[in-house]
Each structure stands twice: as structure tokens, then as C-alpha cells.
Design a protein. Structure first.
Length: 279
């Protein structure tokens, strides 16, 4: 009788172990199916795949100045030492209808506590008042368009750069916004010591400008970074693609920090642009 009871107990233990193993395995498979997908353009087997819900995604970067200014159509982080924004961030949707509005005058941004640089700093400087959030991205309404003409949203740019390669990139961003049903955009000049300055307020003249784009519209996340020297160029846009990590090191800014660390790290270390249409 004792031997029979012992065998029965052993059998129960074995069955419990089998059931526990199956349960853990199923739970792991279920958990992994709920994670988001990351697209780095790579086809390697160790690529991380994740799927996520994009509701109320916080796309704002970190601020090195703690002077974040929120407007209705974009947000910026103002750097008083350089008299301009270190970044401007906004969500850009595909615009179904464009309007040709009259260009307003540039005005100071009253929301900048330290005061944004006056537009007169640019007068006879040889530099354009280069938009960071382009007026062309906001042509869906007069209110949005006019909001881009705040002096907190401009940076000194040579005309051939502003109207050349930088404008080409801005147009490509609008194309991607339409193609991918909206993207997140962070843009600005690389601000560091020993830059040339203009005007009475010593507005810094960046030698490089950047854009960091994030597409979350599909099951796979895509990120791409551009670092563009502030000079005229006929090079194709993909030659300015760099890992976002490189831009972070140059600026001290953490882009899209609300992303899961694993996703963020995989996206930011890649400079593969094949998942973005350059046609």
C-alpha cells in the first residue's frame, strides 16, 4: 500500500512540473507578442520586434535648459545662452489641403521667460531667419502658419543653405508625413561653444543642423537622423543620415526618451535608411 501511495505522489509531482512548464512557456509567448516592433532596416535574426499602442505618445526630447515652451502646434526648448531653441518638436500629419497665406512679421515669443532674440539681430547680418518648424509644415491653417513666425522658432542660416539642401529635406519630411500617415519631428541647430554670433544679442550661428524623425504609424517603429552642415550642397539626402546616437552626443539631448529603452537603443544606433522612401 505504501509503495502504491508513493508512486501516486511521484506521478502527481511529475504532472505538476509538466503543467507549470507549459504555463510559463505560454505566458512568455503571450508577453512577447504584446511587445512593440522595431524596424532598423536590418534583416538579421536578432532584430527586436515589438508592437505597441500609440495613444498619447510623449514625443518630447529632454531639455538641457529646463525652459520648455509649449505652443499650440509645436513645443520648443529655448537656450538663452545661444538665443534660440535647442530643439523644436511637433507631430506632422499629411496635409490634405495647403493654403498660400501672407507672411506675417516675426514677433518675439512672449512665452520665453528669458525673452527670445529680437528679429533685428538678423538685419544686414547676411543670414536668413531660418525656420526650425517650417512655415510650410503648418499651411493647413492660418493660426498654425502664423505661429511659426515667432523669433524663438528661428536660427541664422545662409540663404543658399536655407533655400537649398535644408529646404529639400523639409520637403522630404512633408512627403514622409503624408506617405506614413504622420511622423514625429525634432529639429534644431547644434549649439556649442565658440560659434560665430550675430546682432546685439549675440545670436549663435550653428555650423550643423539636425532632424530626428520617428514613424509609429505601423506595427514597426522607424527612426532616422539627419546631420547637415550649414552650407550649400548638392549631395543626396541619404548621405546626411547618421545614427541618432551621434546627434545625441553632439547636442546632449535625449530624443524620444519615453520609448522603451530596448526600442530606443536599437533605433538610435542604426543609420540604415532603407525603410525610408527616398524616391
Amino acid at each position: 500500500m505504501y509503495k502504491i501511495m508513493k508512486k501516486s505522489l511521484v506521478l502527481k509531482i511529475i504532472l505538476c512540473l509538466i503543467f507549470s512548464t507549459i504555463t510559463v512557456s505560454c505566458r512568455k509567448e503571450l508577453d512577447s507578442s504584446l511587445e512593440p516592433k522595431v524596424s532598423t532596416g536590418s534583416t538579421e535574426k536578432n532584430e527586436t520586434s515589438i508592437q505597441t499602442d500609440n495613444k498619447e505618445f510623449d514625443f518630447l526630447p529632454s531639455s538641457t535648459t529646463n525652459q520648455v515652451v509649449k505652443h499650440k502646434y509645436y513645443t520648443l526648448s529655448y537656450n538663452e545662452a545661444f538665443e534660440q531653441a535647442e530643439w523644436v518638436a511637433y507631430e506632422l500629419k499629411g496635409i490634405k489641403s495647403y493654403h498660400d497665406y501672407d507672411r506675417p512679421f516675426f514677433i518675439d515669443d512672449e512665452k520665453v521667460k528669458t525673452g527670445s532674440a529680437d528679429w533685428r539681430n538678423y538685419k544686414r547680418s547676411g543670414y536668413d531667419k531660418g525656420h526650425l518648424c517650417p512655415a510650410g509644415d503648418m499651411k493647413f491653417s492660418k493660426e498654425a502658419y502664423d505661429e511659426t513666425f515667432l523669433t524663438s522658432n528661428i536660427s541664422p542660416q545662409k540663404h543658399d543653405f536655407n533655400d537649398g539642401i535644408w529646404n529639400t529635406l523639409e520637403q522630404k519630411v512633408r512627403y514622409w508625413a503624408s506617405k506614413y500617415d504622420g511622423i514625429y519631428v525634432v529639429t534644431g541647430g547644434v549649439l556649442n561653444d565658440n560659434l560665430k554670433t550675430i546682432g546685439e544679442e549675440d545670436v549663435a550661428v550653428p555650423e550643423y543642423f539636425y532632424k530626428v524623425l520617428l514613424d509609429t504609424s505601423r506595427s514597426e517603429y522607424k527612426m532616422i537622423g539627419f546631420l547637415v552642415p550649414a552650407v550649400d550642397s548638392n549631395k543626396p539626402l541619404y548621405e546626411f543620415v547618421v545614427p541618432v546616437d551621434e546627434i545625441e552626443k553632439m547636442t546632449g539631448i535625449d530624443f524620444y526618451p519615453s520609448l522603451n529603452d530596448k526600442i530606443e537603443n536599437n533605433l538610435e544606433k542604426s543609420s540604415d535608411y532603407k525603410s525610408w522612401s527616398f524616391n
